[in-house]
Design a protein around this ligand. Structure first.
Ligand SMILES: [Fe+2]
Length: 169
């Protein structure tokens, strides 16, 4: 049987990385929780589950370096700085190279729609957006939500979840 990743290890890595920045830690845990609901609904295989679990927890790790180096949390810098950190953590934990490569790719593209090339990426996209709609206060503009949701949510579970949560249907 293939070795599976250990979620608890990556929750510790997340906390280690962000230290006292509770807001970022909380964000990643919420993205993981939404990802897990979508993964259950879509009955994804083990490989996708491993990739999505680590990617959900570590997708924003580049933000810390981006803020330190460039004084910016812009998506471009996050996408640049995130993958080397993710690779270091996963390599140190002895994960298989193909899982490392896939998580690094997703972390390196999670703000760029044109890089979305698979179900694992799509689940991160939906889960991050689901959490960001609330955190960024987009839910205060209900007239914008139907377009945002129909444009970004493709998995049946994610679509249903977003509609229930933000369109109240
Ligand atoms: Fe995020």
């Amino acid at each position: 049987m293939m070795r599976r990743i250990n979620k608890e290890d990556y929750i510790l890595e997340l906390k280690e990385h962000f230290g006292s920045d509770e807001r970022r830690i909380h964000h990643a845990l919420k993205v993981l929780a939404v990802s897990e609901i979508i993964m259950n609904g879509e009955q994804v295989d083990d490989a996708i589950c491993d990739v999505v679990t680590v990617a959900a927890l570590l997708h924003d790790v580049g933000i810390k370096v981006a803020e330190e180096k460039y004084n910016s949390s812009a998506g471009y810098y996050q996408e640049l700085e995130g993958p080397p950190i993710v690779r270091e953590i996963m390599f140190r934990r002895g994960e298989p190279q193909e899982i490392i490569d896939r998580v690094a790719y997703i972390v390196g593209g999670h703000h760029t729609v044109s890089k979305n090339d698979g179900l694992d990426f799509q689940i991160i996209w939906e889960a991050d957006l689901m959490v960001n709609i609330e955190e960024d206060g987009l839910d205060r503009f209900p007239e914008k939500l139907p377009a945002i949701i129909s444009k970004n949510f493709y998995t049946p579970t994610g679509r249903q979840l977003a509609a229930r949560r933000y369109l109240k249907i």
